[in-house]
Design a protein around this ligand. Structure first.
Ligand code: NAD
Ligand code: MG
Length: 385
């Protein structure tokens, strides 16, 4: 097996861990294209390290600066059109971009019949009806890097191939609970940025770290699971599991529960998605069963963490509601990271935007962009109000 890989979002948390996997397997994989939103010096270093010949950047200015660093023999493309072009140029397309900006990668990879190794949940959540239209392109395949979904993908291996998985009672999505598990609303009102950026079990990019602290990440993951596996959101339950060792579970109709376990290490799901159907013998995240350890489970506090109900409601409404939820959340998290709103203002802001959502079936890309823009405009208005 020798596969070509395009890694879009190469300088982030998932991006750098994907580079670790590729470095470990130089005979199996060849990195042919990368893209990044900033950090041009890091992009240049990857170009030199891996001999990459195609790079995506966000602006003409970046293109010129990077070209001076790496030389004219490297083909540098710009913006979402550039991302779209790069998402058709390898056997495996790793979408490690953060946020809605990852949409051209998800659609481009599937339309061109590639394997999409998907970390960028936001694009799938926002565009689920449109992704469904291109997912059956011959050769197209989505393998989820998100650890819970990668676990479920593995736990479903023995399940019925019938649509909707009739032999599955429910998916059990595990959640660490984030840094504020067990906190009261009063205590949460005092949360600072540095509190919210400290995740107890995973080291990740800033946006998903904040999403994990509000549990919006878990809400988004319910929508992600429903879209990925064709299972209604009501059959996706959330279980808080503070150790982050059980990455998720599938409960079958006979009551049997299948789980996937490892230490928290994203290189394991990344390697699974790039290498499948082969399992790479790397051992990242191996568990030591000679030392005693415990696995705890509890229900999430849906009263304190209102993001969960918002996500289930968006799933129930369908159409463009998940796109609104994700867009409003991106604006709110950005505003929090820029000190414009407090931590406890994030979810209420999203809720206020969702209150203005009117049902839209989301039947075209134009409609998706219009919905995304509308939700963002409303959210920005609330930030600056
Ligand atoms: P990050 O902020 O660390 O990295 C984001 C990457 O995207 C960077 O390389 C950045 O330069 C790039 N980027 C941003 N905007 C871009 C644009 N317009 N064009 C091209 N590149 C752009 O984020 P992350 O934590 O690596 O997360 C990436 C995605 O993976 C997110 O959707 C996140 O929800 C998902 N995810 C991450 C983890 C994790 O452990 N970090 C786990 C599960 C899922
Ligand atoms: Mg996850």
């Amino acid at each position: 097996m020798r596969r070509t890989v395009a890694l879009l979002g190469a300088t982030g948390s998932i991006g750098t861990q994907t580079l670790d996997v590729l470095r470990r397997e130089p005979d199996a994989f060849e990195l042919v294209a990368i893209a990044g939103g900033q950090r041009l010096a890091e992009l240049a270093a990857i170009v030199n390290d891996f001999g990459v010949t195609r790079v995506g950047v966000v602006s003409e200015d970046d293109r010129r600066t990077l070209s001076d660093m790496v030389g004219a023999h490297v083909d540098i493309v710009v913006g979402s059109k550039g991302l779209s072009d790069l998402s058709t140029c390898a056997d495996v397309i790793v979408n490690a971009v953060v946020g809605f900006a990852g949409l051209p990668v998800t659609l481009g990879a599937l339309k061109s019949g590639r394997r999409l190794a998907l970390a960028n949940k936001e694009s799938l959540i926002a565009a689920a009806p449109l992704v469904a239209q291109v997912r059956n392109t011959p050769g197209a395949q989505i393998l989820p890097i998100d650890s819970e979904h990668c676990a479920i993908h593995q736990c479903l291996a023995g399940s019925s191939s019938e649509a909707g998985h009739p032999d599955v009672r429910r998916l059990l999505l595990t959640a660490s609970g984030g840094p504020f598990r067990g906190w009261s609303k009063a205590r949460l009102a005092e949360v600072t940025k540095s509190d919210a950026l400290k995740h107890p079990t995973w080291s990740m990019g800033p946006k998903i770290t904040i999403d994990s602290s509000t549990l919006m990440n878990k809400g988004l993951e319910v929508l992600e699971a429903s879209a990925l596996f064709g299972i209604e959101a009501e059959r996706v339950d959330i279980v808080v599991h503070p150790q982050s060792i059980v990455h998720s579970m599938v409960e079958y109709v006979d009551g049997a529960v299948i789980a996937q376990l490892s230490q928290p290490d994203m290189r394991l799901p990344i390697a699974y998605c790039i290498g499948s159907p082969e399992r790479l013998a790397h051992g990242w995240g191996r568990l030591d069963f000679t030392q005693s350890f415990s696995l705890d489970f509890e229900a999430p506090d849906r009263e304190v963490f209102g993001a969960l109900d918002l996500a289930y409601e968006a799933a129930r409404r369908g159409g463009a509601a998940p796109a609104w939820l994700s867009a409003a959340n991106e604006v709110a998290v950005d505003a929090f990271l820029n000190d414009q709103i407090s931590w406890s203002g994030i979810v209420p802001l999203v809720e206020e935007v969702m209150d203005q959502y009117e049902d839209d079936p989301l039947d075209s890309l134009e409609s998706l962009f219009a919905n995304d823009a509308n939700a963002r405009r409303l959210a920005h208005g609330m930030v600056t109000h």
